[in-house]
Ligand binder design. Sequence first.
Ligand SMILES: [Zn+2]
Length: 121
Amino acid sequence: MVEILCPHCEGEIELDDDASGEFECPLCDGEFEWNVEEDEKLRITKEAHQNMIDAVTQTDNRIIPSHGFNKMHPVAKVAVGAAVGYNVVVTIITLIFVIFLVFLLLIYLLFGPVMNGSFFA
Ligand SMILES: [Zn+2]
């Protein structure tokens, strides 16, 4: 249980720890909200997150024209930068991996028979 003060009559009211929503004060019958602020913050955060995703998705389709990018919201800029950076890193790693595999295959094809069929020996 948690004790709170009624915003209307400042009387002490006991609520469950996880209670949230609209309540009616048993002392003065005044209505008040409890624990709804967190939900509101979560909603705003989710909205901002969705806006970032939308901004990135739209920008990806246009391959980031620089004038549009400069007009964008700073948060969206960071999101686009992170997305582009991530794509570049993934592409480079994939390229290195593929080149490495081709290199291994070439070495194996060229020297495999010489090494008596065992690659690491
Ligand atoms: Zn009250």
